[in-house]
Design a protein around this ligand. Sequence first.
Ligand SMILES: Cc1cc2nc3c(=O)[nH]c(=O)nc-3n(C[C@H](O)[C@H](O)[C@H](O)COP(=O)(O)OP(=O)(O)OC[C@H]3O[C@@H](n4cnc5c(N)ncnc54)[C@H](O)[C@@H]3O)c2cc1C
Length: 398
Amino acid sequence: MTSNSHLDWPFLEPRHKALAIELDRWAVRDLPGEPQAHTVSAVDDACRKLVCQLGEAGWLKYAVGGAAYGGSSDTIDTRAVCLIRETLARHSGLADFAFAMQGLGSGAISNFGTHEQKRQYLPRVTCGSAIAAFAISEPQAGSDVAALQCSAIKDGGSYVIHGEKTWISNGGIADFYIVFARTGEEPGAKGISAFIVDANTPGLEIAERIEVMAPHPLARLVFHECRIPAAQRVGDPGQGFKIAMSTLDIFRSSVAAAALGFARRALEEALRRSTSRKMFGQTLADFQLTQAKLARMATDIDSSALLTYRAAWLKDMGQPVTVEAAMAKMTATETAQQAIDSAVQIFGALGVVSEQVVERLYREIRPLRIYEGATEVQQLIIARGIIKAHQTSEGHRG
Ligand SMILES: Cc1cc2nc3c(=O)[nH]c(=O)nc-3n(C[C@H](O)[C@H](O)[C@H](O)COP(=O)(O)OP(=O)(O)OC[C@H]3O[C@@H](n4cnc5c(N)ncnc54)[C@H](O)[C@@H]3O)c2cc1C
């Protein structure tokens, strides 16, 4: 098995294989290493540069839908997005982050925006001259996202946004935020709308920069009576939750793909180290206990890849994908965590040295089990989906 053999699987088309191979070559040649200094400004600079670089090289056109607006095709090619994230994650967590956020942060516009919104934002997202962000989480509304309290009150031709968002990736460097706020058409999930808020809008404040174990730009935002034109609303009033969930249906599979990229890199590193490390008169890889670890890693990687590309293929075929994307995200992120932990173990003390590849992967993988729906939330989505399917088929029989 080579690490590229999955490119021949029937879920993928020849253009996907060509894309992954070309990107891999580009990443080897052109991607900078991860920033050594983890200060907020060093990480911000590195991230801005990566967005420009990915835009100039043409990769960001796969992050948006709409060929007329710079996208690679009219609808987002989920398999391409997954292959790009998997490949970038194998090389650089920050490059994967920069690519993913351009897509997640503009997905509402790609899928639900007006012609004018697409014209104004998408070309800049694809060339890397505008950085996008997706702002839904709040201090009191994370997993229970329908409990969000940030409000948007209609006032003539404007909306006035008031409240707080936290854990916002690209917070502090984004040029615009897709903000989900309560417009009150109905209680709960049906009373939320989506808005595009430019970063320089008066009343929007970056209240706090948050430093995390795998450094990337992250912030808490505060909206003080922040007035935006009503034309900045994306989709209909009350449609925000649906917009958020359908954006996540695309990008959730891509979180699985990123986890897959991290796990593949961990396996490559573990194979290299275990076959060269001499001990007890042989190599570490000659021991069956090591072989068991390597076998588990390789099998989990293939299982995750099958689930990930099945979900991406179904999405591209226009099929419902909520359960399959949840299965992919849960399995790929959980097993990547175990695979990376095994790689660290195989490296011994060297595995916990700062900035060793496996040490970096160990930090990179952890948040993926929490964001875009924690593993427990994915379990609930899967269970709800299969119980509903069971009840429907029982109903048909009865
Ligand atoms: C690095 C990072 C980047 C992020 N980027 C963004 C972003 O760009 N935009 C954005 O809007 N948000 C972002 N988030 C926020 C993320 O989506 C939330 O952290 C996530 O939804 C979980 O919410 P919470 O942290 O409030 O945890 P809580 O909702 O408090 O949940 C805590 C834990 O409870 C468990 N849990 C949850 N539900 C259940 C249940 N029903 N039963 C049992 N256990 C349960 C899970 O283990 C979960 O981790 C980011 C988070 C991180 C860590």
